[in-house]
Design a protein around this ligand. Structure first.
Ligand code: G4P
Length: 527
């Protein structure tokens, strides 16, 4: 127990994971409403008039309706400080999303009850599972004709490999959606549609077996009662340890757009999701309530606000007490930072932040001093582990249309590369830069941003490469020999890590066989 323990215990840092259109934006808005962070229902959605939300900043998102940027919302609810990290929904941005997921302590999975488990949910969930992130599940859109709740539950269990513990159960669906039974409180919350409804007005009926139910809700109640009996016999009871290790997920039903069932999820987050815990650095485990500050850069966003034209490093506080103006050391470079204009994020407004504790996210404007994966401390040499970079699966060459703007191209790509929007490779032989991405859309975004933010029209053309692997070796001489011997297919990435690029997977296997001492990595962790 330290002075900081109470502050740490009241933090909840989470992200919403879902397939596009499942209702993440809608749910985010309702969560913000509860905390008073925004006042008017519809204000997030209204800004999405051209399909963009409070949490979306960039021009390109307005055009495409895809959350390219992740952002952070902080709100107070009950006694807790809740940090909600937004994740881009489109699969082409999954790399960025994966890194955001390294900065959270829990995730809220939103499932569209009509569509069940969708591909993007599955991928994101795998990342959470790999990190043992606890997951709460919200089954949305019960006001529509959707799948049977039992089959949804079964699908989640089978597809996602977690056991599901229903905390609530729906009575009816679509036009005959009557509400949800709270299986733990043993009461029913009666549904009434309407966007601006406050849940305090909800009608509550006591008991799971109240005779009123059959009278008022007829066949739908009978159906739900039958399901509930089955579920109570078959489903496991809630087990905190299983939940905290990501093996069991509490499930809630509702309708985000009608603000129904949302408060229950928020309460569950406060009651069940864990506060910040220890984080692993190469040197040691770091406790969240240690007095000295430490944090890790998990995201960099350039030119987030056209009015500011700067780069913001998103830092997850791992320990200590951050105060504006304090001296921080970038462990990788040894450079000192004294951020005076640190920003926190509340809805779309950027506000100056005075202090932060473990679990909070701070935004540090900088001009390239901070890179993805950097650790910041008050002086101690610590390097946090676990920020993933994935080997790109698509490659393009990039050239500038107007040779006089080569410098701007390089500067732009350097920044976009450091931000993680794209991976930039400098081949050992030859001068043409290579771009690597996990999804096609990343190239389009980069071309767009080069043009609008750096004034460079880039020519992006197909490249023959298809596969990349980072290469390392315990023996530095052997690594040098490898690089020299393969200079036609080795390139350096944004942090100078050597990478071998090949056209076909069999070619890679041949190289691996020929160079037994060299290690080939599809995933690079910043270290
Ligand atoms: P996303 O951020 O996950 O992509 O989803 P978003 O919240 O934008 O929701 C996707 C669509 O689903 C929106 O409709 C939204 O209104 C609708 N939706 C969200 N929650 C519910 C719900 O509980 N019930 C029903 N019936 N619909 C819901 P849209 O037509 O695509 O957009 P809009 O024209 O309504 O803005």
């Amino acid at each position: 127990m330290s002075d900081l323990t109470p502050q740490v215990r009241r933090r909840r840092t989470f992200a919403i994971i879902s397939h596009p259109d499942a209702g993440k934006t809608t749910l985010t808005e309702k969560l913000l409403l509860f905390s008073g962070a925004i006042q008017i229902a519809g204000s997030v959605k209204a800004r999405k008039a051209s399909r963009h939300a409070t949490s979306d900043w960039m021009e390109i998102e307005k055009q495409r309706g895809i959350s390219v940027a992740s952002s952070v919302m902080q709100m107070e609810y009950r006694d807790c400080v809740i940090n909600l990290l937004d994740t881009p929904g489109h699969q082409d941005f999954s790399e960025d999303t994966y890194r955001v997921l390294t900065a959270v302590d829990a995730a809220l999975m939103v499932i569209d009850a009509a569509n069940g488990v969708e591909p993007q949910t599955r991928r994101l969930l795998q990342v959470c599972r790999a990190r043992n992130t606890p997951i709460l599940t919200f089954v949305n859109k019960m006001d529509r004709e959707v799948q049977e709740p039992l089959s949804l539950m079964d699908e989640i269990e089978r597809e996602l490999g977690m056991s599901v513990v229903p905390f609530t159960w729906p009575v009816g669906m679509g036009k005959a959606f009557h509400g949800v039974m709270d299986l733990r409180e043993e009461q029913m919350r009666v549904f009434s549609p309407g966007e601006d409804r406050k849940t305090l007005d909800d009608e509550i009926i006591d008991g799971l077996q109240n005779p009123v139910y059959a009278e008022r809700f007829g066949a739908e109640y009978e159906h739900a009662r039958h399901d509930i009996e089955l579920v109570q016999m078959a489903a496991p009871s809630f087990d905190e340890a299983e939940f905290l290790s990501g093996k069991q997920t509490p499930m809630f039903f509702g309708s985000a757009i009608n603000n129904f069932g949302v408060r229950e999820v928020l309460d569950a987050l406060v009651d069940l999701a864990p506060p910040p815990s220890n984080r692993t650095a190469i040197q040691r485990e770091v406790k969240p309530d240690e007095s000295k500050f430490s944090g890790v850069v998990f995201k960099i966003q350039a030119n987030m606000d056209p009015a500011h034209r700067d780069r913001i490093a998103f830092v997850r506080v791992a320990s200590g007490h951050f105060e504006r103006g304090m001296r921080l050391k970038v462990v990788r470079s040894g450079k000192e930072l004294r951020p005076n204009t640190v920003v926190s994020f509340l809805s779309q407004r950027r506000e100056l932040l005075d202090e932060a504790f473990a679990g909070d996210i701070i935004g540090i404007p900088n001009h390239g001093v901070l890179q993805l994966g950097d650790t910041l401390t008050e002086g101690e040499a610590l390097q946090f582990t676990g920020l993933p970079f994935f080997a790109p699966e698509m490659f393009r060459t990039v050239e500038v249309a107007d040779p006089l703007r080569t410098k701007q191209l390089k500067a732009g790509l350097q920044q976009l590369g450091e931000e993680g929007a794209i991976q930039v490779f400098r081949p050992v032989a030859g001068s043409m830069l290579l771009l690597g991405a996990v999804g096609q859309l990343q190239f389009e975004v980069v071309a767009h941003r080069l043009e609008h933010e750096y004034g460079v029209k880039a020519r992006i053309a197909p490249s023959r490469f298809q596969v990349a692997r980072w290469v390392t070796c315990d023996d530095a001489n052997e690594l040098k020999r490898f690089i020299d011997g393969n200079s036609h297919r080795v390139a350096h990435d944004a942090v100078d890590a050597p990478t071998v690029l090949v056209e076909y997977a069999p070619e890679l296997r041949a190289i691996e066989a020929n160079w037994p001492k060299i290690k080939f990595h599809a995933l690079r962790e910043h270290a």
